[in-house]
Ligand binder design. Sequence first.
Ligand SMILES: [Mn+2]
Length: 424
Amino acid sequence: MGNIKVLCIGDVHLGRPSSRMVLEAAQTDSDFPSPRDTLTQTTIRAQRLAVDVVVFSGDVVDQSNAHFEAFGALSNVVKMLAQAGIKVYAVAGNHDYEVLEKLAATIPEFRLLGADGSWEEEVLTLRESKLRIQGKSFTKRHSPDDPVADYTPPQDTIPTLALLHCDLGGDSNYAPVSLSQLESKAPSAWVLGHIHKPVLLKDDPLIFYPGTLHPLDSTETGPHGPWLLEIDPSGKASAKMIALAPLRYEYLRISLDGCDSVAEARTRITKDLSSWREEHLAELEDVQTISLRLSLTGHTAIFSELPLLCQELEENSEELMPGLQIEKIMQNCRPQVPLQTLAAGQDPAGLIARKLLILEQRLPQHDYTELLAAGRRHILAALQQADLPHEFNSNLEDPEVASVLDQAAASLLNLLLSQKEQSA
Ligand SMILES: [Mn+2]
């Protein structure tokens, strides 16, 4: 008797393009792979792996205005899977509670569970065994109630998956659950949705968030894709991700400490990037585009030449690594001349060096607080002008403001010192 195989798909957010940068979320790049591309790849993989069932844990569609795009994509997927004898189950999340119900009504092979907000189940007869699938859907945008409170785990030995779109831990408007409760009322596996970072919360009982099928912005770093869940004949379930999303966001920090020439810095960067690639090779097989945010750190003699080096890196990223696109280089280096020495000067460079010292030391406290407050005002004004969705600017923590200011000041210092050198 073989294993039962289920391909689990977390948040897809069909209709939302992957952004190049959080701050430029409105301007997206059309040649970036989209969630729809990854969904197609996932369908092909489901057939190749001959899975029994495909499940979605909610937020398949981003918004109801993506109805048409979602309808086309989903009905193709469901048709292809149905032809291969693969059944499709889903629960709705806080983004798609309306649209998923409409889609389920028009695509008969797409089974939406618990559409009325209560637990619902179906028992499938597979080749040699049975599989029970349970689920409960969102019925409105917010749901402050614990969705597990009225859940009863199965009382027989039929392998059982429970699908739930929920927010792990603490107070939440998005179906709050606690890990201990999920553990104490466990079916064979909890397949969860809502949290975009893929995470295996527990091996036994199996509890996991597949995460976004396809990464949606630069905060969603690391591998993404569907998860293959297998249940062996003894009833033991296990799951692991298949990293097939063609897009990967990454954040890397490379130290240029002690680099005395641009050539040396170039070698350091090339070497660090290729060792990162070696380390992650197994996860990169299906990745076509790596969108990288690179932070350069360290004290270096080529501080004033960094703007040119950064430009060169950005323009030649494909040569550094196949598929690499440098989204942004954060210039967090320091000149070899200590900031304290520069800060003694009465020129503009001295002024900037003094601000950088305040940011570094967070002292004097009063100046630091004032600097952050002014920085926050400017950032919020810029965000407001960019007319971004509110979630991008509602959460502006001190360290984020400090990091934006630090980069701005360091770039300005770069420029001032290089002008000084040129005129010297
Ligand atoms: Mn959600």
